[in-house]
Structure formats: C-alpha cells, structure tokens
Design a protein around this ligand. Structure first.
Ligand SMILES: [Zn+2]
Length: 153
C-alpha cells in the first residue's frame, strides 16, 4: 500500500489525521498529523474452496424401519408395561402405544433421546446423492425411499 502523501510503498501505514482528514501515511509523513492507528496491508483471505462439481451428498437421518419392534422388544426385555415404560422415558402411554403399533414415529430429536435412554439404534443415516448434471437420476426414488421419507416425521 502507498502512503497517501508521498506515495512511498509500505507494508503498513499509519492512519493519521491531517487537518481533519484521515490519511494512510508512511512513518515519515505521519509526523505531519495525528496518528490514530496502524493500517496493515490486507492479506487476501485464502480462496474459498471452489464449489466442486461433484455430486452433492446429503446425509439424511431417518427412523429405523424396525423402530416399532425394537421399541417393543426393548420394553418387553425390561419387563415393563407400556404405562410404566412410558413413564420411564417421560412419554405418554398413548405415544408409546402409537410408536409400538407403528402409527407414529418420533422425530429425529426424540429418537436420539430414546437411543441414549434405551441404548437402541433407532436413527439411520442414509446418504442421498444429488447428481447435478443428471436431474432425472436424482428423481429416481424407490418405494423404499418414499417410505423412509414419510417415516421421517
Ligand atoms: Zn509518506
């Protein structure tokens, strides 16, 4: 960067107030004004990784298809009735009932909680690839995928 007054090339200049105007000056010129601070040459930020033209991969978390049976088996192995079991995981009995019958599935956050509490593997991660140049392919969803997507909520 150059001194605003004499044009000398410096890697750092002094921000100097000269007759009410802020200027970036070299050390020599700065004595003509009131130094306010140092101005350093801006180091260009590391260039951001350019968007790679690769298929985008997205990890989708879904509830295991065996969630209902896993939950039920777990409860039975603990020798608990739905009511008792529900209390132990701070849930309503009706919710546990719906989970076990497959009427309902927990959301991912709840499922993670259950995983911890029950030491069960409930959440599965599915890698979805989005191929940018082949939109047709990305739309090819199998029935299995549709079911998994629906079960998400
Ligand atoms: Zn200067």
């Amino acid at each position: 960067m150059q001194c605003d007054m004499c044009g000398k090339e410096e890697s750092s200049l002094l921000k100097t107030l000269v007759e009410g105007t802020e200027m970036n000056l070299c050390r020599d010129c700065s004595k003509y004004g009131e130094v306010r601070g140092v101005v350093k040459e801006e180091v260009p930020e590391k260039k951001k990784k350019e968007a790679v033209e690769e298929p985008e991969e997205e990890v989708v978390e879904v509830i295991s298809e065996e969630f209902s049976s896993k939950l039920k088996n777990k409860r039975e192995s603990m020798g608990m009735k739905q009511e008792e079991f529900a209390k132990s995981i701070n849930e309503k009995e009706s919710v546990v009932h719906k989970w076990e019958t497959g009427e309902m599935t927990p959301n991912i956050g709840k499922a993670r909680e259950l995983e911890k509490k029950l030491k069960l593997k409930i959440v599965e991660e599915i890698v979805e690839k989005h191929e940018r140049n082949a939109p047709g392919k990305a739309e090819a969803v199998t029935i299995g995928d549709i079911i998994k997507v629906r079960k998400k909520n």
